[in-house]
Design a protein around this ligand. Structure first.
Ligand code: F6R
Length: 615
């Protein structure tokens, strides 16, 4: 996820773009850049860091006459955050300039072809490949910019929203969208381009939203023409009148970032496996694992280190690695691991999981593991973070920035990456049959739409939240793959609503927690069809006979738990190892609604910080 802004018209472009970028920083903030063209001079400034760093750096050197400009705030996907990888990027001739939000999956093969044709590259980005591809098409086919963009995009696999201009055509910007949002604000002889409407809301309330697979040529005095990228058909212009205020736009119309991020999960999971999960070919492509396959296959065991929600993702991974890949796994709190003199050798593979990539305890655990000779693999969200740099290899989750302090999409995307790794190793070891392997790949590809279906229970979950919002304690139970989900559900509730909650393996309840159960105690039980179903149903009966209130998270169409439970929340059916990706959704929504009803600060709960860089 990145933020893009563009302007073409009669005003000074610089202040519009820089203020717009500040408003889009929630979409990414590891580097920023701007390109301004005043008809003679093209000025491009870019820097690692926040938009404020860009502003400090370029304020003195920027041409204030430019009426055409594009700007970008980056959330790195290809290439670490640094000045060179920051956008805008330009073509080898220096004529074409681009900003891009998204991932070009086939950038490697396109880059090789362009290098063979004499092109050179300064950055590690897929974006620089795209702009040179556009230039190559433009020169080869002798076509205008719009046509060149269209032909080039038809060769590209991936997701994008882009804005491109040509120094030789300063009255025109070409934009296109596939998978990443793009809005155009329409003023009097002026146009604003942005990832959402927040950068232009004070200038115009008239906006056009590009749909996927559409591109637009925007020309001063000539207006905007939208076409389908694939077949060039002209699309009718639908101008909307914006009703939202600035804050609502930044949160995508949701009341809180946490809710927005919960709802982003279908796309976030898709972005995580994009370019990696090739179902038709039966391949999982992950360079960090491919390049170190021997290390993984020869390891005595895998040790997972992480904190909080990331530790829960590690627990899910323990089940899936052992179940499918038959590799022994231990999951450790990084804070315990680092101080308990663990036995770690060069025969161990250590996987460190961290959304922020900055958690102090996880970082220290990595250093200790490396000092003992272990190979350390990172699963991080923030590209170029300390943990990503400290590990020997890794795989990013590509979830986009997570702003809400309570982790939601980070958790499900971490599980997605770990599932891909486990399946890859299982295939390489031969511990999974070919048909089972294929079945898992197919089911994983379906997870985003199943998550979207699970999200449709939102209203029903809100009603359940209303009934239990005043509870003093809550118990979360699950077995097998869904035991870590119970832990995660309890953590979500306590951290944002401040209600005491505990997660337990369902069968452990009778060894103690059952004493807590009375008619005041809500018990949330994950009871999906495939995971030890009968056993969990027996546990539910034990709760019922002690008058506990039961909220069952069940597979669609379940009748058995429905008879016993006070409420049920359904999730679509899937393979058991993938079920945490679905069962966790209602638990996130339940805690969210309870916290909102209690008037808590959902996005910034008390005493917590998004990244814990102290011990
Ligand atoms: C819970 C939460 C925390 C983090 C933990 C680790 O919602 O956000 O428990 O999961 O602080 O953070 P990362 O993953 O950044 O290392």
């Amino acid at each position: 996820m990145c933020g893009i802004v563009g302007y073409i018209g009669h005003r000074e472009a610089y202040p519009i773009i820089i203020e717009g970028l500040k408003r889009l920083e929630y979409r990414g903030y590891d580097s920023a850049g701007i390109a301004l063209f005043d008809g003679t001079d093209l000025k491009v400034s870019k820097t690692k860091g926040k938009v404020l760093d860009l502003e400090n750096r370029v304020a003195s050197e920027i041409s204030t006459n430019a009426k055409l400009g594009i700007g970008h705030t980056r959330w790195a996907t290809h290439g670490v955050p640094n000045d060179i990888n920051a956008h805008p990027h330009y073509s080898n001739s220096g004529n074409l300039v681009i900003i891009h939000n998204g991932i070009i999956e086939n950038y490697d093969s396109l880059k090789k072809e362009l290098i063979a044709r004499g092109y050179t590259f300064k950055s590690d980005t897929d974006t620089e490949v795209l702009i040179n591809l556009i230039e190559d098409v433009k020169l080869k086919e002798n076509v205008k910019l719009g046509k060149a963009v269209q032909i080039a995009l038809n060769q590209v696999i991936g997701a994008y929203s882009i804005a491109v201009f040509d120094k030789n055509k300063p009255d025109e910007i070409v934009i296109a969208r596939l998978g990443s949002p793009l809005a155009v604000g329409i003023g009097e002889d002026e146009f604003f381009i942005a990832s959402d409407a927040s950068p232009f809301i004070e200038y115009t309330k008239n906006a056009v939203y590009l749909e996927d697979e559409e591109m637009a040529i925007i020309r001063i005095n000539k207006g905007i023409k939208i076409r389908k990228i694939k077949d060039d058909t002209l699309v009718d212009l639908y101008v909307q009148e914006l009703q939202m205020n600035l804050e609502q736009i930044e949160k995508g119309g949701y009341e809180h970032f946490m809710l927005k991020e919960i709802h982003e999960q279908p796309n976030a999971i898709r972005d995580t496996y994009r370019g990696r999960l090739l179902v038709k070919e039966g391949i999982i492509r992950m360079a960090g694992v491919d390049d170190n396959m021997e290390k993984f296959l020869n390891a005595n065991r895998i040790v997972i280190v992480a904190c909080g929600t990331s530790w829960h993702a590690g627990l899910v991974a323990e089940y899936i690695f052992e179940d499918l890949a038959r590799i022994p796994v231990e999951v450790e709190y990084a804070s315990e691991f680092r101080y308990r003199n663990p036995v770690i050798t060069s025969n161990d593979v250590v996987i460190a999981i961290s959304q922020s990539g900055e958690t102090a305890d996880t970082l220290a655990a990595i250093k200790l593991a490396k000092a003992n000779g272990a190979f350390v693999f990172g699963v991080c969200n923030v590209v170029g973070s300390s943990i990503a740099r400290e590990t020997n290899a890794g795989a990013y989750t590509h979830a986009g920035p997570e702003i809400g302090v309570a982790s939601t999409k980070a958790f499900t995307t971490q599980i997605t990456v770990l599932t891909l790794i486990a399946l890859k190793l299982a295939k390489a070891k031969g511990s999974i049959s070919n048909s089972d392997y294929r079945y898992h790949l197919q089911e994983l590809e379906l997870i985003p739409e199943k998550v979207a279906k699970a999200l449709q229970s939102d209203e029903h979950i809100k009603e359940v939240a209303d009934i239990y919002k005043d509870a003093r304690n809550c118990l979360y139970l699950g077995r097998g793959y869904n035991f870590p989900v119970a832990l995660e559900g309890a953590l979500k509730l306590k951290e944002i609503s401040y209600i005491h909650a505990e997660g337990y393996p369902a069968a452990e309840m009778k060894h103690g927690p059952i004493a807590l159960i009375d008619e005041q105690m809500p018990v949330i039980v994950v009871a999906t069809k495939k995971g030890h179903y009968e056993k969990v149903v027996s546990n539910i009966q034990e709760i019922k006979s002690r008058k506990g209130k039961i909220i069952g998270i069940v597979t669609e169409g379940d009748v058995h738990v429905q008879e016993l439970a006070d409420h049920i929340i359904e999730v679509p059916e899937t393979l058991e190892p993938l079920s945490p990706l679905l069962t966790t959704i209602p638990l996130q929504l339940l805690s969210y609604h309870i916290a909102v009803m209690l008037g808590k600060n959902v996005d910034q709960p008390r005493n917590l910080a998004k990244s814990v860089t102290v011990e």
